[in-house]
Design a protein around this ligand. Structure first.
Ligand code: TIU
Length: 226
């Protein structure tokens, strides 16, 4: 664990990181979003657009493990009986398969199915926290807030997919609860490149209305210096 705090280059301005109260949060890097045949593709998306985030996330994960930073993974998904899946979510739109339907990676967006699992490159290690969430935000109907408070974590280095959906929703939820969110741009991705850019712009606008935007390279450099 780096012993001294770091000033991280970020937008809209530099942000101080106290490593002891900071966690790496990797949002929904699941096969259901990143691989063909999963939830993301059923919605009509080109899932290959999310691949760019895997390498940078992998570097961040390796560095966090090396220095002993807390790591939190999240997974979006539902109970097999769909009791935690609102009808309004299941019935939304005209996907090729709906939540709970059988697909090539098991039932779409259902806990315990192969598609619900995190991609092998970023698979959680023993002792890392995995939050199963029914919604887009990681705080809604989960133990995340209590868990972060119990560990004294106040700053989140946020990675994952998709930038404008689960990353943005989680950052907004975290911001209202008093957490400082630093979103790592190259560690996030969207099915819509323009929404990725807009999602980041919304976070850092107005003096950082929801948080900060930085990069994996900036964090890795700050870790090395500290
Ligand atoms: N569809 C889409 O862009 N995202 C989601 O449904 N969930 C997450 O972002 N994880």
């Amino acid at each position: 664990m780096p012993s001294k705090a770091s000033m991280l280059p970020a937008e809209p301005g530099p942000v101080e990181i106290d490593w002891g109260t900071t966690a790496l949060m990797i949002i929904d890097m699941q096969r259901d979003f990143l691989e063909p045949g999963g939830f993301g593709e059923t919605l009509g998306n080109d899932v290959s657009l999310l691949a760019s985030a895997v390498g940078p996330c992998r570097k961040m994960l390796a560095a966090a493990r090396e220095v002993g930073l807390a790591v939190i993974h999240t997974r979006e998904g539902h109970q097999p009986d769909l009791s935690d899946a609102p009808r309004a979510k299941i019935e939304r739109g005209a996907p090729s398969l709906r939540i709970g339907d059988p697909g090539p990676m098991g039932r779409i967006l259902i806990r315990g199915e192969p598609g619900h699992d995190i991609v092998p490159e970023l698979y959680p290690a023993a002792g890392e926290i995995v939050i199963d969430k029914p919604g887009k935000g990681a705080f809604y109907a989960t133990e995340l807030d209590a868990l972060l408070r119990a560990r004294g974590i106040g700053t989140l280095l946020v990675c994952g997919v998709t930038t404008e959906v689960c990353v943005n929703t989680t950052v907004r939820e975290a911001n209202d609860r008093g957490y400082r969110c630093i979103v790592l741009a190259d560690c996030c991705a969207s099915y819509f490149p323009a929404f990725h850019e807009a999602g980041l712009a919304m976070i850092k606008a107005q003096g950082g209305i929801f948080g900060w935007v930085s990069t994996s390279a900036a964090v890795l450099d700050a870790m090395r210096r500290a």
